[in-house]
Design a protein around this ligand. Structure first.
Ligand code: ZN
Length: 326
């Protein structure tokens, strides 16, 4: 039972996911870490559970010490989960969301392809492709062959995706009997339960000199410090790892990889994480229509535009890392 000082209803089961007795860093497996922040179940209806992130003293990443067992994660990816509801969640403003997503995917395509040498044909794999609009964007170029993997096909039944190769399941268990010029992972690595295995699988799946592009939240940015446990970069319990630059160097060893670029901004604006965190703090109902929040989003977006124009100069909360297989 929760203690008498709790503000929660005593009849409700608390703390579903207690800390592991001896947690280890999800990035470098070090046992040398200390408490960093406590969060709650975010973008989720019912926020009773608490989640503890620790700061690794070895690789400086922050990791979730009490993750939900991977086979129980489905309860946090229901039909009410905002990213699964896509543009429809925004009601009569859906077209604005489609337009904004298209701009995002144009930026992603540019960022991903800029590090590749000119080739007649390019094979691309997108890990955790979700709603595969990024791949659809790439596939507009006839020389690019695309493959996407996600653990759910919930958002794939649109005719515009019919020419994409989309595979459903745990990407580590899916046999792919080809290699790729480019692997992209837009907001996937922070969810991954076995980073070592994931990095090794990326290495196996890349052609020599192949490129891996990763975008993730960055806890060392300004917004995490401002919003603290409401910052949407935690996205607990779905996010396991928040990476430091040092942790990338440890994950991508010099023997096998060259770090081509580390940007302290991304294709997605850190504004998105800030605004979602702001809504989280207001405790909005994430299962209801977002239509009524649309003008609040526009208001803050316009008001803070001058601030977020500085994202390339001041790390706000998103980072991208580009590595090349040796
Ligand atoms: Zn570590």
């Amino acid at each position: 039972m929760i203690g008498s000082d709790s503000h929660f209803d005593l009849n409700i089961e608390p703390m579903l996911h207690p800390s592991m007795p001896n947690p280890i860093c999800s990035v470098c497996q070090s046992e040398n870490h200390r408490f960093y922040i406590e969060t709650y179940a975010m973008m989720h209806v019912g926020k009773l559970e608490t989640y503890t992130f620790n700061l690794c003293q070895n690789c400086e990443s922050v990791f979730l010490t009490n993750p939900v067992p991977e086979n129980q994660l489905g309860q946090y990816y229901t039909d009410a989960y905002l990213p699964y509801r896509g543009e429809k969640a925004w009601g009569k403003y859906a077209n604005f969301v489609v337009w904004d997503d298209r701009k995002l995917n144009v930026r992603r395509a540019k960022m991903a392809l800029m590090h590749l040498n000119q080739k007649a044909e390019i094979d691309v794999l997108d890990i955790g492709c979700g709603k595969p609009d990024f791949l659809a964007q790439l596939a507009e170029n006839k020389n690019i062959r695309t493959t996407g993997i996600d653990f759910t096909s919930a958002q794939w039944d649109d005719p515009k995706y019919k020419n994409l190769l989309l595979l459903e399941g745990d990407w580590r268990n899916i046999e792919l009997n080809k290699q790729f010029d480019l692997i992209t992972a837009w907001h996937y690595f922070e969810h991954d339960y076995d980073l070592k295995q994931t990095v090794e699988k990326c290495r196996q799946l890349l052609k020599p000199n192949g490129i891996l592009v990763i975008e993730v939240p960055m806890y060392q940015g300004v917004l995490q410090k401002l919003q603290k446990n409401h910052w949407q970069g935690w996205h607990s319990p779905r996010h396991i790892s928040l990476f430091s630059f040092k942790s990338w160097k440890m994950l991508f060893s010099e023997n096998n990889w060259e770090i081509v670029k580390h940007r302290k901004h991304g294709s997605m604006s850190a504004f998105t994480l800030w605004w979602l965190g702001y809504q989280e703090k207001k405790n909005i109902d994430w299962s209801s229509s977002m239509e009524k929040h649309f003008w609040n989003l526009v208001f803050w977006k316009v008001l803070l535009m001058p601030l977020f124009a500085l994202e390339r100069l001041v790390p706000m909360g998103i980072q991208t890392i580009v590595v090349r297989k040796k």
